[in-house]
Design a protein around this ligand. Structure first.
Ligand code: GSH
Length: 281
């Protein structure tokens, strides 16, 4: 049995919010993740919602700032908040940027040195972490959703599109929809994946949809006062790709909201309800 180290637990809305660490074989380093277990888990295994955070965030950010536990407790969902990259890798360059390296894993497996060794976030999340969760928490690994914010929104969309059948529900707040077309994506994909743009396209939600990949019906919220909207997020590209491909999408644009967690708090109840509808069905 793969061990985990429990770092903290807190009673929360009748359930338990914990933060844990395990020695990841995929990443080759200890990795941290949060788990909220709702009160209904005392009666048996519950569906799981992965919540993927954005640039500069870690396993605590969404758990502390989004206010999601009260809604997960109401619907009986387990929330999992993975860290956003490997840590303490010894790669000096990975500390030099806030939008690349540590805290900026982009939920993919890097192919380029020096990142290829530890930046294996897709293999960790899709291949290793579900098994760790199944050993230590009352999860139903056959009822799984994914939600993400910004870089994590890119992660939610691309992981769902790249792994059909693994997620029954998908949603995002202010996702990076077309990373191959924006500066954050150019920097991250260039560093992690190298110069071959055909490889980049396999981690771009718009390009994946255009190439025929499909996901469960998408719920996406976007604030119109988001500082990153014009340069980095490209929700219009997602909307156009979904319309052309017949991929179901509910894209809601909200006047006055910015990129941060006050925006997320304002709509997180509706996201949790969206996931609960599919996962508890
Ligand atoms: N460069 C800024 C912005 C980074 C940023 O806005 N990150 C978003 C995700 S892309 C976030 O969720 N930050 C954490 C927070 O708002 O608490 C910083 O380093 O704080």
């Amino acid at each position: 049995m793969a061990g985990i180290k429990t770092l903290e637990t807190h009673r929360c809305f009748g359930g338990v919010q914990g933060f844990h660490e395990h020695d990841s074989a995929q990443i080759g380093l200890p990795m941290r993740f949060g788990v909220f277990v709702p009160p209904q888990a005392e009666q048996g295994p519950r569906p799981v919602l992965f919540c993927l955070a954005g640039l500069t965030c870690n396993e605590q950010t969404f758990a502390i700032k989004a206010g999601a536990q009260q809604h997960a407790a109401a619907h009986g969902l387990i929330l999992v908040t993975p860290d956003t990259s490997p840590r303490a890798t010894g790669v000096a360059e990975a500390d030099a940027h806030w939008d690349f390296g540590h805290g900026a894993g982009f939920y993919l497996d890097a192919t380029q040195p020096p990142y290829a060794k530890h930046w294996r976030m897709e293999s960790w999340l899709m291949g290793e972490l579900p098994g760790v969760l199944a050993e230590h928490f009352p999860v139903r690994n056959d009822r799984v959703g994914v939600l993400g914010h910004s870089m994590g929104g890119h992660g939610a969309l691309t992981l769902a599109l790249r792994h059909p059948g693994r997620f029954q529900s998908v949603s995002a707040f202010a996702p990076i929809c077309a990373p191959t077309e924006v500066p954050w994506g150019h920097k991250a994909f260039g560093g992690y994946l190298g110069d071959d743009r055909a490889t980049w396209a396999r981690h771009d939600a718009v390009k994946l949809i255009e190439a025929g990949a499909r996901a469960p019906s998408l719920l996406v919220d976007q604030g119109l006062d988001d500082n990153f909207l014009a340069q980095q997020l490209a929700p219009d590209r997602l909307e156009a790709a979904c319309t052309a491909a017949g991929q179901p999408l509910t894209l809601r644009r909200h006047a006055g909201y910015d990129h941060g967690y006050f925006f997320i708090q304002s709509f997180v109840a509706e996201h949790i309800a969206h996931h609960a509808r599919a996962l508890n069905a």
